[in-house]
Design a protein around this ligand. Structure first.
Ligand code: HEM
Length: 458
């Protein structure tokens, strides 16, 4: 059945479709193939035939939860040695997925989010103190580096009552370095025929995993010794029994969940904020409109309240539009629950899987128009959204295994962008061309911005 699906023209024996492939930027490679080969295509990477799809009808069919489910494969499966049956990497049939999902989902309720809000404000203040100092010293700011500091501190404090002291360091916290190491290694494993070829990197990876485990074990030990926090995610992981079965997460599973949340809870939001700041700095008229909204909705309230964040409708569209062009999780994988016909056309056996290329789905001219590559937040005006087919905007994945932290990320990112727009004008370097690094997630590379403090603002 695969034969009907297009593939690149030059296939090498044993190696497959690897001619000209980039080992460090596999996603951007797939985007190039997608443009040439169309809405569904396949690539053979060594002995593995991978089907990619991005056409709107195909992606919408894949979102049918009665016939398809998350597939734990490729980069996600490669993270199993780090986080095993943690929420992100669990197989659908593993009992710890449902258990952890039910225990942790209330940690993202509206009420819980309102409780995190003051801590998010506090971390944003630290960022702005840092940026004020950089500005006073006449320096530009390191956007991805500082967004990573901000989002790591935010998830660590709100979820785990922990302070990594990121803003007191000039270099990234070693937790971040170890995390980037394991994510990059998981990605590289897809680009070699056997893990044996990465022996040296494997040793480094083992050290990185040991560092992550050790950091998290210390954090859990401190909580157990010091007594409960204020009902945060860690309290839930350690103490909350499943409402029906009364079961608790095992200590090993707690470790996996803590790493999962510390990583998933900051790396992606950091990228989303960084891309948004890039686009805001390149489109002064859009920044001005977003800034005017912030001024109007927040006035000069030093501490905007929880409910005032969702009122920044235009700013939220800026964020959506950045996530459209550069979804920081650029793809997800789905498998057939039973034998089925994808989009009435492609037969799939039970367990067969394909990769949904979100980053390309979000640029499909048939959905987004001939100017799909252009940055335009008005695409997310309610009327425009209603006029588009369902399942064409999927930065947070789909179905039961979609992102549990979606509201958390959106609240944090909107709040921070609002605060930054209110305080600064951004000056981009005209020579900068957007380059995107890949370590399973996407991040702008080398993005620095100049800042000017707005006059008479809080
Ligand atoms: C799952 C994206 C922020 C925790 C996912 C998935 C995507 C995603 C696409 C599904 C992956 C798949 O189908 O394989 C994002 C983006 C974020 C973000 C783009 C920020 C802009 C967060 C935050 C948290 C978080 C802030 C935690 C505080 C998780 C977890 C899962 C997940 C635990 C696994 C859920 C499950 O399988 O039950 N995320 N995420 N994410 N995300 Fe996020």
């Amino acid at each position: 059945q695969l034969r009907r699906i297009p593939r690149p023209p030059y296939r090498l024996p044993l190696l497959g479709d690897v001619l000209g492939a980039s080992r460090t930027k596999p996603l951007q490679d797939s985007l190039r193939h997608a443009r040439r080969l169309g809405p569904i295509f396949r690539r053979r990477v060594f002995n593995r035939e991978i089907v990619f799809l991005w056409g709107a009808a195909l992606a919408a069919d894949m979102a049918d939860e009665s016939r398809f489910a998350k597939h734990v494969g490729l980069g996600v499966a490669n993270l199993r040695p780090v986080v095993g049956d943690g929420l992100f990497t669990a197989y659908n049939h593993e009992p710890n997925w449902q258990l952890a999902h039910d225990v942790l989902a209330p940690g993202f309720s509206r009420e819980a989010m309102a409780g995190y809000h003051p801590m998010m404000l506090n971390v944003a203040d630290r960022l702005m103190d840092h940026w004020d100092r950089e500005m006073a010293a006449g320096r530009t700011v390191d956007v991805p580096g500082d967004m990573t500091k901000l989002t790591l501190e935010t998830i660590a404090r709100t979820g785990f009552g922990h302070d990594f002291g990121s803003f007191e360091r000039s270099r990234p916290h070693p937790f971040v370095t170890a995390m980037v190491g394991t994510l990059t290694y998981a990605q590289r494993l897809n680009a070699v025929p056997s893990p044996l070829l990465l022996r040296q990197a494997a040793r480094r990876n083992a050290t990185d995993i040991a560092y992550l485990n050790h950091t998290v074990d210390d954090l859990v030990r401190a909580r157990t010794a010091g007594g409960p926090g204020d009902g945060d995610l860690l309290d839930r992981m350690l103490q909350t029994a499943h409402p029906e079965t009364g079961e608790l997460l095992s200590p090993e599973n707690v470790r996996r969940q803590v790493i999962t949340f510390l990583v998933a809870g900051h790396e992606t939001t950091s990228g989303a904020l960084s891309f948004a700041l890039h686009y805001l700095s390149r489109h002064p008229e859009i920044a001005a409109r977003a800034r005017a909204e912030v001024d109007q909705v927040w006035g000069d309230t030093a501490m905007p309240g929880y409910d005032q964040v969702a009122k920044l409708r235009y700013l939220r569209r800026v964020l959506d539009e950045s996530q459209r062009l550069w979804p920081t999780v650029p793809a997800f994988t789905r498998e057939a629950r039973e034998d089925t016909l994808l989009a009435g056309e492609h037969p799939m056996r039970r367990g067969a899987w394909a990769l949904v290329l979100t980053a390309m789905l979000h640029r499909d001219p048939e959905v987004w128009g001939p100017d799909a590559e252009r940055f335009d937040p008005d695409r997310f005006e309610p009327k425009a959204v209603r006029s588009r087919p369902a399942h064409t905007f999927k930065p947070f994945g789909t179905g039961a295994r979609a992102c549990i932290g979606r509201q958390f990320a959106l609240h944090e990112a909107t709040l921070v962008l609002g605060l930054l727009l209110r305080r600064y004008e951004f000056r981009s370097d005209p020579a900068y061309r957007l380059r995107v690094t890949e370590r399973l997630t996407m991040m702008p590379e080398g993005l620095r911005l100049g800042l000017e403090r707005r006059v008479g603002t809080v």
